[in-house]
Design a protein around this ligand. Structure first.
Ligand code: ZN
Length: 174
């Protein structure tokens, strides 16, 4: 299965497409979640297209998501809760920043410029899932670029059971 299947699948989708009515549907919240294919915030949290801002990256990092959160809050006007989801068995807990840097360097032998660039990137690996959720929620709660008064929650999604659990709640305090 490659991208050549996209057109056929999209034809089916577009045939019964109903344009989401953002003004009626919108739930005024931001979900930050991992890019892992086993994670699907829409199915797992009962969210429909048009209802939330959903930001996904490796590990569901709030630090990496900050740029998008600022745009969502200040430009789009989404001032409701931010829910951060990390998940069990996450790839970012099975590697480290040093290991990812080493892989990039190995793929680019003799390229000191690339080595220097990648040494400047923190890949935000996860050492403990609960700890990483707490750390991300704390990061947002203390970040001055996040809207004052924003409610922030931190969650874990279990890829073995499909269940979610809330780890922490905070109010923005910067
Ligand atoms: Zn993950």
């Amino acid at each position: 299965m490659g991208t050549e299947e996209f057109n056929q699948a999209n034809e089916k989708y577009a045939a019964s497409f109903e344009k989401p009515d953002r003004s009626k549907l919108f739930r005024n919240m931001i979900i930050v979640s991992c890019m892992d294919p086993r994670v699907n915030p829409y199915d797992q949290l009962g969210v429909k297209t048009g209802e939330t801002i959903t930001i996904r990256n490796a590990g569901g990092s709030a630090k990496e998501a900050l740029r998008s959160i600022i745009v969502a809050q200040h430009f789009i006007g989404v001032d409701g809760e931010i829910a951060v989801f990390h998940h069990t068995d996450c790839g970012m807990s099975r590697t480290t920043t040093d290991q990812v840097r080493a892989l990039v360097k190995k793929a680019n032998p003799g390229r000191d410029d690339i080595a220097e660039t990648v040494d400047g990137i923190d890949f935000l690996h996860i050492t403990g899932i609960e700890e990483s959720v707490r750390s991300d929620v704390k990061f947002l709660a203390e970040n001055q670029l996040v809207l004052r008064g924003t409610k922030i929650s931190g969650w874990i999604y279990d890829v073995e059971t499909g269940k979610i659990s809330k780890v922490v709640e905070a109010d923005h305090e910067a």
